[in-house]
Structure formats: structure tokens, C-alpha cells
Design a protein around this ligand. Structure first.
Ligand SMILES: [Zn+2]
Length: 302
């Protein structure tokens, strides 16, 4: 009976993971050891990687930035629930300072999953809409409501000063309606969250206010508004550059106009997908193109 129940749960989770996008994975954890890799970007900035959703066995959640200052460690995002100890173990290899601040780029569970792991004295920061989205998540209900962001902002927020300064920006809807861009000005590094996750079509989470129609415009504002950056930490891929961000913006604008044109002549989503070519974007995949075109269709049909 127990075995049947477990099987039913597994099947349900399997079905869910097909319909729910890759970055909202089920709570199930990989059976193997939880290994997180660490990459050094600067003397006081690291990234906890192992974040490709393509390999479910090793997927730990989104890329986590680790910013080390005299006052403590700031984390940008916290990966999937269950990976808190693995994060902490990896942190200990580069610093003995405590985590004092968490910035959540957006609401998804693979970016907020261990907000509750580092204790209640940690300052949690997010954009206003992301806090509202987090309030709807089971993970932040009841006793866990105390781990909701206490510091929020609307358009821009600066934390710290001098070499410790962190700038947070919100430019509009895209992946969700509350995506923060995190800049470390002294280090010329930008963390994009899932507004730039991979070299493929974006995932626009319409249930959390995301918009594939707004996304290219929002990214244009990012490119115009954030200068003086050399390194880009994407939500889920190896490190990128501002040029990659610019290419992704062009890709999303291209995909949007292609979708609108296809809608105008009453093409099906399948036909629109088949006629969208990713070849002119080096290293791009088309695994997520259909879902993104579907999102545009759904948005514009409203
Ligand atoms: Zn996400």
C-alpha cells in the first residue's frame, strides 16, 4: 500500500514537472549526494552553481551570488528547499563570516527555497511584487511567514556604500512581475535572476505577473539603465557578459514580433514555432520556444 502511494506521488510529481516549467521543480530531491560547485568571480564574490534544470539529478536551483563584506555575507537567491546545508558547507570553504542578508531576485522556489535556513536575524530583501507573490506560496505560510522579505522596494534600492554597495533595480514585467537586477558596482558584476536564465526562449510565468510581451521592452530598459558591468550572472547557466544580455534581448524581441505576425495570419502555435529560426543566435536552443510563443498568444488573446 505504502509503495502504491509512493508510486502515485511520484507519478503526480512527474506529471506536474511536465506541465510546470523547469524552474518551478517539484519538492522531490535527488537521491544522490547534494553537490554544489563554486566559482570565484572576484576576491569577495563567488557563485554557487550546479543550476542547470536540464539535469534533474544535480539540479540545486538557480545561481547564487555570494558577496563577502566585513559585515557579513549577502546571498542573491537561495536555491531549492533541502539544499541549505550544502550551500552552507560550500560557503565555509571561502569565508567564516555569517550570512546577514538575502536578496531574492524573484518568487520561484528554486531561488527562495532556503530563505528559512539561515535564521531570523538575516535581512531578506525583494521587490514589492515579489514579496506579494511569495505571500501566496505554501513555503511562506504559517510560521514561515516570518521569513518573508522585510525590506522591499518599488523601482530602485541601494544597500551599503563604497566597496560594499549593492544596487537593486526593477524595470518591469518579464519572467514574473517582480524581477530584481542586482548590481555590485565596485566589482562590475550583474545578477539578472531569471530575466536572463539561458540561451533559449524565456519562461514567462503569467500566474506570477510575468509577460513575454513586456519582456523585450523591460530588457531594453535594463541595457539602457545598467552600465559599467563586465560580468553577468544569469539565473541558470554558466557566466555571461553584457553582450550575451544584448543578444538575449534581441532574441526575445524577435520572438515577440514573430509571434505577433503569426497570430495576425491565424497560424497555430505549432506552425509559429516551426517557422521560428534560432540559427542566427549562436549556441541558442529552441527547447522553450513553443512555450514562449504560447505565452504571447495567451497574453494577447486576453
Ligand atoms: Zn524563475
Amino acid at each position: 500500500m505504502k509503495r502504491l502511494l509512493a508510486l502515485a506521488v511520484l507519478l503526480t510529481i512527474g506529471a506536474l514537472s511536465i506541465t510546470v516549467a523547469a524552474h518551478q521543480p517539484p519538492a522531490a530531491q535527488p537521491a544522490g549526494p547534494r553537490v554544489i560547485d563554486i566559482e570565484k568571480l572576484r576576491d569577495n564574490l563567488y557563485v554557487l552553481t550546479s543550476s542547470s534544470p536540464a539535469d534533474r539529478a544535480t539540479f540545486s536551483g538557480g545561481n547564487v551570488a555570494v558577496f563577502i563584506t566585513d559585515g557579513g555575507v549577502t546571498l542573491v537567491d537561495t536555491k531549492l528547499t533541502g539544499w541549505g546545508q550544502a550551500i552552507l558547507d560550500k560557503l565555509k570553504t571561502v569565508t567564516d563570516k555569517p550570512v546577514t542578508r538575502i536578496i531574492n531576485t524573484h518568487t520561484h522556489g528554486d531561488h527562495t527555497g532556503n530563505d528559512n535556513f539561515f535564521g531570523t536575524s538575516v535581512e531578506i530583501v525583494a521587490q514589492d511584487n515579489t514579496k506579494a507573490n511569495m505571500e501566496k506560496m505554501d513555503a511562506f505560510k504559517g510560521d514561515n511567514a516570518k521569513f518573508l522579505p522585510k525590506k522591499t522596494y518599488k523601482d530602485k534600492l541601494t544597500l551599503g556604500s563604497g566597496k560594499d554597495r549593492i544596487d537593486l533595480y526593477y524595470f518591469g514585467a518579464g519572467h514574473t512581475n517582480g524581477d530584481t537586477f542586482v548590481v555590485f558596482p565596485a566589482l562590475r558584476v550583474l545578477h539578472t535572476g531569471d530575466m536572463l536564465a539561458w540561451k533559449d526562449a524565456p519562461f514567462c510565468d503569467l500566474t506570477n505577473g510575468g509577460s513575454c510581451v513586456a519582456l523585450p521592452r523591460t530588457l531594453q530598459k535594463v541595457i539602457a539603465g545598467i552600465k559599467d558591468v563586465d560580468t553577468v550572472i544569469p539565473g541558470h547557466s554558466p557566466m555571461m557578459t553584457p553582450k550575451d544580455l544584448q543578444m538575449f534581448q534581441r532574441f526575445t524581441a524577435d520572438l515577440l514580433s514573430h509571434s505577433i505576425d503569426a497570430m495576425k495570419v491565424a497560424k497555430s502555435v505549432d506552425d509559429a514555432t516551426a517557422s521560428f529560426k534560432v540559427d542566427k543566435y549562436p549556441a541558442y536552443k529552441n527547447e522553450r520556444v513553443k512555450a514562449a510563443i504560447q505565452a504571447v498568444y495567451d497574453e494577447l488573446k486576453k
